[in-house]
Design a protein around this ligand. Structure first.
Ligand SMILES: Cc1cc2nc3c(=O)[nH]c(=O)nc-3n(C[C@H](O)[C@H](O)[C@H](O)COP(=O)(O)OP(=O)(O)OC[C@H]3O[C@@H](n4cnc5c(N)ncnc54)[C@H](O)[C@@H]3O)c2cc1C
Length: 245
């Protein structure tokens, strides 16, 4: 974070948003800082620390769980309210040192293609509350239009609870970040399946139509390899869920 010129720690959301809205000033939010500590920021970036502005709670509201965006992944895993699939997939987000700092809001804002937790959020019908927007935004809509986050703060992420769930993954080693992973949830006769590692962000997929995927390639696997593995993993997840479709 060598290029940070000013550090702000606002007391209120209004103050945070005013800091973000200043014309001509390059500003970025900081939550857990796990990504920001590793990336090169533009020169003279000002950071706005939102730890006093955004909650870090986990609370049941009807048939959903609402997570304050500052909730650390370690606390999400420990929360009684957290659906088992999300606790399991959050454990795969880096080592515990990272999970003790990284937040659910930062994870959503990063939209990491290979994040298994984001696939879990997708199948749990995640909705994201963002400052300046009256209604929560379904996670797939945010992933399709990052401008929704311009000069805005993620306040909370809510997920639907219940349903039968399953997951499958492949990586170079069991402990390594997955190359491709799939998660599924059956609820009320409907099936949600999401795949990570095959697009710019994790995505919801139609299990019967994976041939159109165009995964990015890297040294761990070609596009064709990732598409084929996605088909295998989705088939396994659907089978674990009793073949529902
Ligand atoms: C060693 C290592 C391993 C990692 N492994 C994984 C992994 O397995 N899976 C994975 O998904 N990621 C991984 N990451 C990336 C990163 O740790 C995660 O995406 C993390 O969850 C980000 O959360 P944070 O709170 O630390 O975000 P920060 O680093 O504080 O911020 C990240 C971005 O999100 C924005 N942001 C943060 N909070 C908000 C908010 N409330 N509203 C709007 N924007 C916000 C920031 O402005 C910034 O652009 C890894 C990183 C490292 C260094």
């Amino acid at each position: 974070m060598k290029t940070i010129s000013v550090y702000h720690r606002p007391d209120s959301l209004d103050e945070a948003v005013l800091l973000l809205e200043r014309p001509g000033v390059t500003t970025t939010l900081i939550a857990g800082g796990t990504t920001l500590n590793t990336v090169a920021l533009p020169p003279k970036t000002e950071v706005v620390d939102i730890q006093d502005v955004v909650t870090a709670t986990a609370a049941r509201q009807g048939d959903r769980v609402v997570y304050g965006a500052m909730l650390r992944l370690a606390d999400l895993i420990a929360a009684d309210e957290t659906p088992p699939l999300l606790a399991e997939l959050a454990k795969r987000e880096g080592p515990n040192t990272l999970r003790n700092a990284a937040t659910i809001g930062g994870t959503v804002a990063e939209g990491d293609s290979e994040s298994e937790l984001l696939s879990g959020l997708l199948v749990h019908d995640a909705r994201v509350s963002i400052s300046g927007h009256d209604d929560p935004i379904p996670l797939p809509e945010l992933f399709a239009d990052w401008s929704l986050l311009d000069r805005s703060v993620i306040l909370s992420v809510s997920v639907a609870i219940g349903g039968e769930t399953a997951s499958a993954r492949t990586g170079r080693t069991p402990a390594d970040t997955s190359i491709v992973a799939a998660a599924g949830r059956v609820v009320g006769g409907g099936l949600n399946v999401a795949v990570s590692g095959v697009a710019a962000t994790p995505i919801l997929v139609d299990p019967s139509d994976l041939s159109t995927l165009q995964p990015p390639a890297d040294f761990r696997g070609s596009s064709e390899y990732r598409r084929e593995i996605a088909e295998v993993l989705v088939t396994r997840v659907v089978a674990q869920l009793g073949g529902a479709s």
